[in-house]
Design a protein around this ligand. Structure first.
Ligand SMILES: Nc1ncnc2c1ncn2[C@@H]1O[C@H](COP(=O)(O)OP(=O)(O)OP(=O)(O)O)[C@@H](O)[C@H]1O
Ligand SMILES: O=P(O)(O)OC[C@H]1O[C@H](OP(=O)(O)OP(=O)(O)O)[C@H](O)[C@@H]1O
Length: 220
């Protein structure tokens, strides 16, 4: 990477369509290939000669930024909490991707279950670290089975009785006979920043942080 190129990492999933209006509001416009569904490119030039965008999986946004391969990024608070990278600074709530992280179980089980009596729980989740920390805080040992999606299938197929997953409308839980039994955290997406880059490129990085903060305020 040429030393002076600023790299912004964006998640390719659902957050992208909500993040792009904010980037455009601060005057960053990607090259046409970015919106071309046939393009296999992963790195894109923008209307700023010294700014490139990369489009990666949401968990990988945090990794690219933490290791300084990208300078700025957008990702969910769920991802930030799961990694706990000390090199990441998350100065700005972008007010997009609102959902919550919750524990859920089959509706039939919830009527007779008492979570306050658990000493051990087996959970399917994409978030084993957050899950372990959540249960550890009240002395419950969590055994986590890592899945990368479709956690809601796990109880019906006997993998485990509980899951920890993101919930927004609750439709996915309902469609799979599950109910939310514990709230872990409210989630939105944040602007993330590589801490060392914030020191070495302070003026430039702070310019974009401030501009995005203004765009978020205007979007409210
Ligand atoms: N139902 C939802 N409603 C609102 N925001 C959500 C919802 N599900 C996930 N998110 C947020 O969007 C982020 C990206 O989720 P998305 O489903 O697009 O990616 P993914 O498929 O989980 O990730 P990957 O591409 O790595 O497999 C999550 O980290 C979370 O912050
Ligand atoms: O409460 P709801 O509005 O139904 O949203 C919740 C669903 O959204 C996310 O999945 P996503 O659609 O990203 O698919 P994934 O399982 O592949 O991550 C999450 O993992 C839930 O399954």
């Amino acid at each position: 990477m040429p030393r002076d190129t600023l790299v912004i990492a964006l998640p390719k999933g659902r957050i992208l369509s909500e993040a792009m209006p904010l980037l455009r509001a601060v005057g960053i416009e990607p090259e046409p290939a970015f919106t071309d569904p046939d393009s296999r490119a992963l790195r894109f030039h923008t209307n700023h000669a010294h700014i490139d965008l990369i489009r990666v999986r949401s968990f990988d946004v945090a990794t690219f930024v933490a290791f300084g391969a990208a300078h700025l990024g957008v990702c969910g608070q769920d991802v930030i909490m799961e990694f706990g990278y000390p090199e990441l600074y998350a100065p700005l709530d972008l007010g997009i991707g609102a959902c919550r992280l919750a524990v859920a179980e089959p509706k039939a089980l919830s009527g007779r279950d008492d979570p306050s009596r658990w000493s051990h729980v087996r959970v399917a989740t994409k978030y084993p670290e957050v899950t372990r920390r959540h249960f550890q805080a009240r002395g419950v040992q969590a055994e986590c089975i890592k899945l990368n999606g479709a956690m809601e299938l796990a109880p019906a197929l006997g993998l485990c009785r509980r899951i920890v997953d993101l919930v927004s409308t609750g439709s996915t839980l309902r469609a799979n006979g599950l109910v939310e039994i514990e709230h872990i955290a409210d989630i939105t997406s944040r602007l993330i920043v590589n801490r060392p880059a914030l020191k070495t490129r302070a003026a430039e990085m702070n310019h974009w942080i401030d501009a995005l903060a203004e765009a978020v305020n205007n979007a409210r």
